[in-house]
Design a protein. Structure first.
Length: 736
């Protein structure tokens, strides 16, 4: 199809669609006609079967009614007097006309009382074994017997009608019977002569498959189709009534209609050979197919003619497009003097040509701009074709490698040769991975410039594929990272030196810690001795010391105690700076409440309002944070002791996007000019006789906060209290 012209393809498409439509419509029409014809034929045939079965039922009903009426008129004495019974039967002229074979009067014990016409030597004959007698005696109802061969005419079926005769007590006194030859002229003699078309026929079967009536008299009183041959006949014996296609005993395809009789266990069948039944349908089918083929051929000829006329302008446009590469300027435009879709197509084509000219010009300009950018990049850009040759390499290759663009484009193996021999296997593995996986990759390697200088290169490349999946080569970037590599070497050297210094510092800190503990022990021992000596001096010579002596001894004790406190504070500050930290969820609100409770218990005489914000939690070292809270709240408790009603508050707030913790009091306060001395060890803003202290507490708090990555500061005014703010690495979870 692709080699055919558009006109031919359009004509073929229209033709195929038209043929498909016509064939579909013809198929649907024929299917509809066939379905309707077969349905109508089946309905008519079943109607015929129903009419015939009703007619037979009517005849059977009339005969049975006549026999039952006569049974009611049998005189009681005739049941015990054979001659009287014979006279009664002989007088039944009408009944004898109906029952052409014989009329019987049988006693209740099955013995023949009389019969008409009279036959000598038959009276007293036993009929008790006959099925019609047993069924009538057992049920007390009229019976139509199963067909049996006639005793007078060979191949004729005969049936027996019976009617019970009751005594005055309602018990069976005798049985009245009469037999009929089914092929008698007054009964079913005309039925075998009924024709269904030229070769159709009627037949009647009993429930045991015995043929009761058939167009072929030779089949009467013989078994019909065995089970499994005629499926529709098998279904009819099971109770089915209706029409359908099946196969008869001779293997011929037939349309069979089956109808059950009401008064006898018989099935009437109307059989019509399929070939004859559907002959009109086949003729109609042939005519429709012939008309469809002829009409389609005529219409297709018209379609091809019209397509040729309608697409002439389109062929003109096609020829113009084929010749377009050889045209320039205004020659590229199509001149078609036609309206409608063809005219719109021509205008659209001319517009497309104009747009294409503009796009090509823009593309040339874009390519020029890209060339300027690519040629002036600081890095060495390149495009390596699928065959291994450089399709493009930027002029920066000269600055990076010392080789010109022409050298790389003329020698595809130059890049491999300038790579340092130790790095060439690394580069080859990289190229293999890129080709195998189809993914981008990067690599660092060394090159050797023509002057022998070694430069480090960061290489980045990725494979390029066309829209159809064809491999177009590798697009890459090479950057000179020699200076970065040198800086990394310097950094590695500095890191090595820094690690060495850190090790030395750790050893010094360990020595300082040992020295601190040793110094603390060595200092505390003589201080303890001085303190104890002063105590003993007071106790032993209290009565000999004057006022000045007692003052000096008390000063010695007090100075000793203060020296011990200073040593303990210094050791605490050292432990804060050197101890390992644990990071865990810590409840600062709980720590604040614990500290304030302890202070209340130590100073029950104080009246202090304590406010603690609930559920302020941080992540940090609980032991160090507890020490910080003890110092901050202890300071607040100390500097509010001169107030009759003090207030201490702990809380958290978010200010300027930062989460801040604070401890606030309304105590002595201080001047902000002295704030820079707050956190210096041993620096105090108040005299010792005003507020006691070692001057180490706030320095310890600052060190704890700093170890948690935070900061601490204070805001205060003299006699207006102070607020200490601190942060903990922005890990505070608080409810202001």
């Amino acid at each position: 199809m692709k080699q055919l012209g558009l006109t031919t393809r359009m004509a073929l498409a229209v033709s195929i669609l038209f043929i498909a439509f016509v064939v579909t419509m013809a198929f649907l029409t024929l299917s509809f006609l066939e379905k309707e014809f077969k349905g109508e034929l089946a309905r008519h045939q079943f109607a015929l079967a129903s009419s015939l079965s009703d007619s037979i039922d009517d005849k059977l009903g009339i005969v049975q009614a006549a026999l039952m009426a006569a049974a009611t008129k049998v005189p009681p004495d005739a049941l015990h007097n054979a001659d009287r019974a014979q006279q009664f039967l002989n007088d039944r002229v009408t009944l004898r006309a109906i029952f052409g074979n014989e009329i019987l009067l049988i006693s209740k014990d099955g013995k023949l009382i009389a019969e008409s016409p009279f036959q000598p030597n038959r009276r007293g004959r036993d009929f008790s074994s006959r099925e019609f007698y047993r069924e009538t005696a057992a049920t007390g109802k009229p019976v139509i017997s199963k067909p049996f061969p006639s005793g007078t005419i060979q191949s004729h079926p005969e049936i027996m009608f019976t009617a019970p005769i009751f005594d005055k007590n309602g018990r069976i006194a005798a049985i009245f019977g009469g037999s009929i030859d089914l092929l008698d002229k007054n009964f079913l003699a005309d039925l075998p002569r009924i024709k269904i078309g030229a070769s159709g026929y009627l037949c009647i079967h009993s429930s045991d498959r015995t043929v009761i009536m058939h167009t072929d008299i030779g089949k009467i009183m013989k078994k019909g189709s065995p089970s499994g041959v005629d499926s529709l006949f098998d279904r009819s014996l099971a109770g089915f009534e209706g029409s359908g296609e099946t196969v008869d005993a001779s293997g011929a395809d037939i349309i069979a209609s089956h109808k059950h009789l009401s008064l006898a266990d018989w099935v009437l069948a109307v059989n019509y050979p399929v070939a004859e039944a559907y002959a009109p349908l086949q003729k109609a089918r042939d005519l429709i197919i012939l008309a469809t083929v002829a009409g389609t051929a005529a219409l297709l000829s018209m379609v091809w003619f019209l397509m040729e006329r309608l697409t002439s302008s389109l062929r003109t446009i096609t020829r113009h497009v084929q010749e377009l590469p050889g045209k320039t300027g205004e020659e590229k435009l199509i001149s078609v003097d036609e309206q409608g879709e063809i005219g719109i197509l021509a205008q659209a084509f001319n517009g497309m040509v104009a747009d294409l000219e503009r796009q090509q010009e823009a593309l040339r300009e874009s390519e020029h701009n890209y060339r300027i950018v690519a040629d002036n990049t600081y890095d060495w850009e390149f495009w390596l074709g699928p065959e291994g040759r450089f399709n493009y390499t930027s002029p920066s290759c000269k600055r990076v490698t010392g080789h010109d663009v022409e050298e790389f484009q003329g020698d595809p193996d130059l890049l491999k040769r300038i790579i340092h021999p130790e790095d060439q296997p690394l580069f080859e593995n990289h190229r293999y991975d890129i080709t195998r996986t189809g993914h981008s990759g990067e690599l660092e390697y060394r090159i050797i410039r023509p002057d022998g200088a070694i430069r480090w290169i960061h290489h980045l490349c990725q494979p390029v594929f066309a829209e159809n999946g064809d491999f177009l080569g590798t697009r890459g970037n090479n950057r000179d990272i020699t200076e970065r590599k040198r800086a990394e070497q310097v950094i590695r050297a500095l890191n090595t030196d820094l690690q060495r210094r850190a090790t030395e510092l750790a050893a010094i800190n360990q020595e300082l810690a040992s020295f601190g503990y040793t110094l603390s022990h060595d200092l505390k021992t003589p201080l303890t001795a001085v303190y104890l000596a002063a105590q003993e001096l007071t106790e032993m010579y209290a009565d000999q010391l004057d006022e000045n002596g007692s003052f000096f001894v008390a000063s010695i004790c007090k100075a000793s105690e203060r020296m011990v406190d200073l040593i303990d504070a210094m050791l605490l500050l050292a432990r804060v700076s050197q101890s390992a930290m644990l990071h865990e969820e810590t409840d600062l609100s709980g720590l604040a409440k614990k500290t304030l409770l302890r202070l209340r218990m130590e100073h029950p005489e104080r009246k202090v309002e304590c406010v603690v914000a609930p559920e302020v939690t941080v992540r940090g070292d609980a032991r160090l944070l507890e020490s910080a809270m003890d110092n901050l709240l202890g300071n607040a408790w100390k500097y509010t002791r001169k107030l009759p009603e003090a207030r201490i508050e702990f809380g958290a707030a978010v200010q300027d996007g930062e989460k801040r913790l604070y401890v606030r009091d309304n105590g002595a306060g201080f001047s902000m000019e002295q704030a820079e001395k707050l956190f210096l060890p041993f620096s105090r803003l108040h005299r010792p006789d005003e507020f006691e202290g070692s001057g180490i507490g706030l320095a310890t708090v600052q060190r704890i906060v700093q170890r948690h990555g935070g900061r601490i500061w204070a805001e205060s005014e003299p006699a207006r209290g102070a607020t200490f703010y601190f942060t903990l690495d922005d890990n505070v979870s608080a409810r202001p």
